[in-house]
Design a protein around this ligand. Structure first.
Ligand SMILES: O=C(O)[C@H](O)[C@H](O)COP(=O)(O)O
Ligand SMILES: [Mg+2]
Length: 306
């Protein structure tokens, strides 16, 4: 059906929330912008998670945020008051590691140069892939005399770029050097390409924006692992067997979360606590349409008290 005809259904009343919840058994929950902003859990989220689980609903967490491993996400969840196990968590770092190991059959004698944080390094290590970079070059201020210190490294079989609070010119110059060596033929991979992400006091540049200098300099498009792309879909459906007709993706971004659900042929609920707006979703020219829209996932807590 043409997207201009699909009109998302706005959920606003407790009766509508209840009728919505009765349709689904499994909820794929995005994290940044749905559950929290950074480490600030949004209002009603803890009550909603508790209520849904008490009513037998399955919650799976699917995040493009590659900064933590699943093990460290479990610790974050627990610290914020949400029980979770590694098997309930799908991050773009995990999808990247699975893709390098299972799809690319990454050579044993090669390493990955990482622009990003511990989540990527740890998940690669979990599948037996060695990496370099990441925090090695944090805080390194280059001078114009330093270019000679950037050398080729034939052991680099891939460059993986994820969210990196400590991005700097040296990291970009090293990644460019490895990727620009045509004989080396290193893979260029982004964990995700979100242009922005929601923090407690606004939105900020995301991984897709951080990687743009490399994309422009190389004139080359990377492979992207996270939502809405196939590697994350394959990673999820290889590990989770749910009834698609009783499964719903909940997210704050049209171009990652909602598109991921559309690509996975499951229903989608867009919440307005993150990046995408109701006007964007309702725009007849918008090609990506959520099945439902509501203000906040935390509003489901009102059903319990109804
Ligand atoms: O820039 C990023 O890495 C992403 O915007 C961000 O972390 C998205 O996380 P999600 O909303 O998928 O949990
Ligand atoms: Mg999000």
């Amino acid at each position: 059906m043409p997207s201009s005809i699909v009109v998302p259904k706005k959920l606003t009343t407790v009766e509508q929330y209840k009728a919505f919840l009765d349709q689904y058994d499994t909820f794929l929950l995005d994290c940044d912008g749905v559950l929290w902003h950074g480490s600030h859990v949004l209002e009603g989220i803890l009550e909603t998670v508790h209520f849904l689980r008490k009513n037998g609903k399955k919650l799976v967490f699917v995040t493009n945020n590659s900064t933590l491993s699943r093990a460290n996400y479990v610790k974050k969840f627990q610290k914020l008051g949400i029980e979770a196990t590694e098997k309930d968590i799908f991050s773009s770092a995990f999808a990247t590691a699975v893709y390098l190991r299972n799809i690319l059959d990454f050579p044993k004698d090669k390493r990955v140069y990482v622009i990003g944080e511990s989540g990527i390094v740890d998940e690669l290590k979990d599948v037996g892939i060695e990496s370099t970079g990441a925090s090695d070059d944090n805080g390194v201020i280059m001078t114009h005399a330093d270019f000679g210190s950037i050398e080729q490294d034939p052991t680099i079989g891939a460059v993986v770029c994820g969210f990196d609070l400590n991005l700097n010119y040296r990291k970009l110059a090293k990644a460019f050097t490895y990727l620009n060596n045509k004989e080396q033929n290193a893979h260029f991979i982004l964990t995700n390409d979100d242009t922005t992400f929601p923090a407690p006091n606004g939105i900020y540049p995301g991984t897709g924006s951080l990687a743009q200098p490399l994309i422009t300099a190389l004139n080359r498009n990377p492979l992207v692992m996270g939502k809405p792309n196939k590697p994350m879909l394959d990673c999820f459906f290889a590990n989770y067997h749910t009834d698609p007709s009783r499964t719903c993706m909940v997210g704050d971004r049209l171009d990652t979360d909602i598109d991921f659900g559309v690509n996975g042929n499951i229903a989608t609920l867009m919440v307005l606590t993150g990046v995408s707006t109701e006007a964007e979703a309702m725009d007849p020219k918008q090609p990506i349409k959520p099945t439902y829209i509501m203000q906040s996932f935390g509003d489901f807590a009102k059903v319990e008290n109804a």
